[in-house]
Design a protein around this ligand. Structure first.
Ligand SMILES: Nc1nc2c(c(=O)[nH]1)N[C@H]1C(S)=C(S)[C@@H](COP(=O)(O)OP(=O)(O)OC[C@H]3O[C@@H](n4cnc5c(=O)[nH]c(N)nc54)[C@H](O)[C@@H]3O)O[C@H]1N2
Ligand SMILES: Nc1nc2c(c(=O)[nH]1)N[C@H]1C(S)=C(S)[C@@H](COP(=O)(O)OP(=O)(O)OC[C@H]3O[C@@H](n4cnc5c(=O)[nH]c(N)nc54)[C@H](O)[C@@H]3O)O[C@H]1N2
Ligand code: SF4
Ligand SMILES: [Mo]
Length: 723
């Protein structure tokens, strides 16, 4: 039977009259703290150091943490306000079950008993894999590792995947293909040493705010900055060169730049010959990407392509950074490879000031993609289909290798299987797919069709409204653990307070479920450090090797960069210094990539390109940041960025209400008429839910390799709204 999300009235019944709107509040900073706890921000992959002020087991404020080398006291607006969640009135304090009158509080025993009886019922009737798990990488390394093991050993399902599937997987697949390892090649201290910095598909100032400081330190030394983005983002306003690529044009653009670099003889022949493979194929392929041809494909002036090559080509040191702007595409992996090709052709990697990196997204976007959280992966970034890898991890987990499930479905494919009735039950934590997956109407239908859904969260997310059982989990500051930042630096998250009310730490909830499933003997942990110590052994010998990392070492060194294969190893801030790569032949691989248009391109009916992304004051699906008044004040509602020329043609004035329509749905919101966007493209941030959700519009088209959705390009039409 279809189960719709709970309505406003039902939520009011559960929570009282404030529940249906997002309260502007949060906890107010009052009184002197009892203690300061040195930890890190719970939001983005920069993982800034922060001191939490604690009084009477409550987080009452923060202090900048000057001692942490990455951010040295700097924070962005989200970091400053993050402490307001712990005492928030919406905080889930008790397990709940769905009734015909809304959610009612129940005991842990009842909530977990129901979850486990439904897992058993569904698996006995429809097979083990009919019960799936979805998770996320705001979780610590310990929890990411635990989730991977829990799904395979306790649930015994192959269908586990994570929200990094919407985020880091194109970069991961590209990095593994080219370098054999999935991590930024350098720590950020190399950025200020670069003479030219190329940033593509990354709104650095709003989404990786502290990285701005590293780029500006390079600028202070006279470095040149190239920004590639359909919008003139805040950092692009200070760039030497901005290339307003048409969404989806990146492979053509990068091939065009490489074409000119080769033609002018700016390649590093010695490096290419001795340390790489595949250059001749690539050279032949990019021969046709003249600036004119590439410019036409990418929708930019060919002169800009030549200019970029002239800045990048002859430089002595350089750094290339990218993020989701090039990765959220059906050609996401190839876009990444086109960037790596340029870096390799000029041989500027593995040396001071010479580097490359994808900027990770979520707090533990790096670590969370190494420990077996993905449907095809085992800890240490091992392959779940590789017999040796399976054998090694089965031994660590003390199960027979035959018991280890094989590769399962990716996140979007799990939703499709729920929609098709093949997956009938779900346990999720740390993921809000109803807001964050493309084509939200379809996602909601899929959730309505589940026979059973249990969710672990600390706020009632829009997805949790579909749940049968809600389990109150823990915030960042309520647990110990580690996380791995964009630089590949493993850091310590410290517990500041206990989880309030009946809420429990996420890992304790999973252990309880494992015990009730009769699999408790495989999860004998007393604390997160026990889990970490098993993770170290499980990762040993894998590319993401954490064996030499201990809690103590992290404290002493202000973080440890992996790979760190032994206890006396200091960690690896800069990869490839010995010009040895992690591929079987130890060489870096060029990959020939040809440009293809996005899955849906503008036509007479839907003539405009829609692209989506973020604003500085909101975070992801907004479950957390839409509850923090000070952040909401900065950007309360989603706006549609539109160029004045396009706006005028459509009869739209600043702040007019406009309706944006695609083949999936429509959204009505206010216009934000700005000259900083291409004339053929509109941009909508995606942090809002329900009728304001940008994902009502986006398309369910996936990269064939990484299975990332094409959030950054689809076709739309825009009209003035009829109010
Ligand atoms: N404030 C804030 N910070 C965040 C987050 C957040 O939600 N809010 N989320 C974190 C997470 S999980 C992530 S993944 C990162 C994301 O960080 P970013 O990837 O930097 O952010 P986005 O806004 O998704 O997209 C970046 C840029 O890509 C551009 N773009 C769109 N289409 C194309 C294209 O085809 N080619 C190119 N070259 N550019 C294009 C957009 O105009 C946009 O400016 O941010 C992290 N930090
Ligand atoms: N249109 C469009 N859509 C996008 C994107 C885009 O650019 N455009 N970006 C995509 C990207 S890059 C990403 S990363 C995804 C993110 O999408 P999601 O992962 O769905 O977004 P979050 O808001 O992080 O959802 C996490 C949920 O987990 C909860 N949570 C956070 N920390 C914890 C924890 O420690 N324990 C537990 N139990 N729960 C926790 C939060 O309260 C929230 O409800 O969105 C994607 N969706
Ligand atoms: S959101 Fe990111 S940049 Fe902002 S304070 Fe937190 S970790 Fe730092
Ligand atoms: Mo992300």
């Amino acid at each position: 039977m279809a189960k719709p999300p709970l309505s406003t009235e039902e939520l009011v019944h559960t929570f009282g009259p404030t529940a249906h709107r997002t309260p502007p509040g949060g906890w107010q900073n009052v009184g002197e703290p009892d203690k300061l706890v040195a930890t890190h921000c719970c939001f983005c992959g920069q993982q800034c150091g922060i001191n939490l002020k604690v009084k009477d087991n409550k987080v009452i404020g923060f202090e900048p943490r000057e001692d942490f080398p990455f951010n040295r006291g700097k924070l962005c607006p989200k970091g400053i306000k993050r402490y307001m969640q712990n005492e928030h009135p919406d905080r889930l304090l008790s397990p709940m079950k769905r009734t015909d009158k809304g959610f009612v509080n129940v005991s842990w025993d009842e909530a977990l008993g129901k979850t486990v009886s439904e897992i058993k019922r569904i698996q006995q009737t429809h097979g083990k894999h009919a019960f799936a798990m979805l998770s996320g990488v705001s979780l610590s390394n310990e929890k990411s590792y635990l989730v991977g093991k829990f799904a395979r050993v306790a649930l015994q399902t192959r269908n586990l995947d994570y929200n990094g599937r919407l985020c880091m997987v194109s970069a991961g697949a590209g990095n593994k293909k080219a370098f054999g390892i999935d991590r930024a090649a350098n720590y950020w201290d190399d950025i200020p040493l670069a003479d030219v910095i190329l940033v593509t598909g990354a709104n650095v100032a709003e989404c990786a705010p502290i990285t701005t400081d590293y780029i500006w330190r390079a600028r202070d030394r006279g470095a040149k900055l190239i920004m590639i983005d359909p919008r003139v983002t805040p950092l692009a306003r200070t760039a030497d060169l901005h290339i307003p690529v048409r969404p989806g044009g990146d492979t053509a653009l990068m091939n065009g730049i490489l074409h000119v670099v080769i033609e002018r003889g700016w390649i590093d022949r010695d490096f290419i010959e001795n340390y790489t493979t595949g250059f001749e194929d690539l050279r032949n392929a990019v021969a046709k990407y003249t600036p004119e041809v590439a410019g036409e494909m990418a929708g930019v002036d060919p002169a800009l392509i030549v200019r970029a090559a002239e800045m990048w080509g002859p430089a002595k040191t350089s750094f290339l950074l990218h993020a989701r702007g090039i990765e959220h595409h059906t050609q996401g992996v190839e876009n990444v490879l086109s960037c790596i090709n340029l870096v390799l052709a000029t041989g500027r990697i593995g040396r001071p000031g010479c580097g490359y990196g994808t900027i990770t997204g979520q707090g533990n976007g790096q670590g969370g993609r190494e420990h077996g959280h993905k449907c095809d992966q085992l800890p240490g970034n091992r392959d779940i289909e590789n017999p040796e890898h399976r054998k090694y991890i089965a031994e660590v987990w003390k199960i027979a290798e035959e018991e280890m499930p094989h590769k399962g479905l990716t996140a979007q494919e799990i939703i499709e299987a729920m929609h098709a009735g093949e997956i009938r039950g779900l346990l999720s934590l740390c993921f809000n797919p109803v807001v964050s997956l493309p084509d939200a109407t379809f996602t909601k239908e899929a959730f309505s069709r589940l026979e059973h859904y249990s969710v672990i969260d600390f706020f009632l997310s829009e997805t949790a409204r579909h749940a049968d059982i809600v389990l109150p989990g823990s915030l960042h500051e309520e647990d110990e653990g580690t996380s791995t930042s964009a630089e590949g630096r493993i850091i310590r998250l410290r517990k500041a307070v206990d989880a309030p009310g009946m809420a429990r730490t996420d890992w304790e909830i999973l252990l309880d479920i494992a015990g009730r499933l009769g699999r408790g003997q495989y999860f004998p942990y007393k604390c997160p450090e026990d889990i970490f110590n098993e993770l170290r052994v499980a990762s040993k010998g894998g590319t993401a090797d954490y064996f030499g990392v201990t809690y103590d070492k992290i404290e002493k060194q202000q973080g440890v960069f992996w790979p760190c294969p032994s206890l006396d190893h200091p960690g690896t801030p800069r990869l490839f210094e010995d010009k040895k790569f992690f591929t079987p032949d130890k060489k870096a691989h060029f990959n020939t990539v040809e440009w293809k248009p996005p899955a849906e391109v503008p036509d007479a009916e839907y003539p405009i390109v829609l692209t989506t992304g973020r604003v500085v004051s909101q975070y992801l699906s907004g479950t957390q940041t839409r509850r923090i008044g000070g952040l909401l004040d900065q950007y309360p509602e989603p706006l549609c960025e539109i160029h004045p020329t396009l706006a005028e043609r459509l009869g739209i004035r600043p702040k007019d209400w406009v309706t944006v329509e695609t083949r999936r749905g429509s959204v009505t919101l206010q216009s934000n008429v700005v000259k900083t966007i291409r004339e053929d493209t509109v941009f909508i941030p995606y942090h809002w839910a329900d009728e304001k959700s940008a994902n009502l519009l986006t398309i369910r088209a996936l990269d064939p390799v990484s299975k990332i959705p094409e959030y950054k390009a689809c076709a739309c039409r825009v009209r003035k709204a009829t109010v």
